[in-house]
Write a protein of this length. Structure first.
Length: 89
C-alpha cells in the first residue's frame, strides 16, 4: 500500500511522503520541499489534500490544523508594453 502514487505529476509514492514526515516534515510545504509532491503540472490540485491527510494521520493532528502550502503565482514572460498599458502589436 505504501507504493501507491499520491502525486501523479511527480510520481511521489505514499512511502516517500511517510519518509518525509519521519524526517520532520509536518506541513504540506515541508513534504513538498522534500519530495516535490505538488510541484507538477497540477500544482497540487490533485494531491494536496491527500498529502495533508497523510500528515494528519501520521502526526495525530486534525486536518484543520495542517497548514496549506504557500500559493505562488505562476511565472510566465509578459511584454513590458502590457504592464505599461501600451499595446505595441
Amino acid at each position: 500500500m505504501d507504493d501507491i502514487i499520491i502525486c501523479r505529476c511527480q510520481e511521489v509514492t505514499r512511502q516517500e511522503i511517510l519518509d518525509a514526515i519521519a524526517a520532520g516534515a509536518t506541513t504540506v510545504d515541508g513534504v513538498k520541499r522534500r519530495t516535490r509532491a505538488g510541484m507538477g503540472l497540477c500544482q497540487g490540485k490533485t494531491c494536496e489534500r491527500l498529502v495533508a491527510k497523510i500528515i494528519a494521520e501520521q502526526t495525530g493532528r486534525p486536518m484543520a490544523e495542517i497548514l496549506p502550502p504557500k500559493s505562488r503565482i505562476p511565472v510566465r514572460p509578459v511584454k513590458i508594453g502590457i504592464i505599461g498599458g501600451k499595446d505595441d502589436e
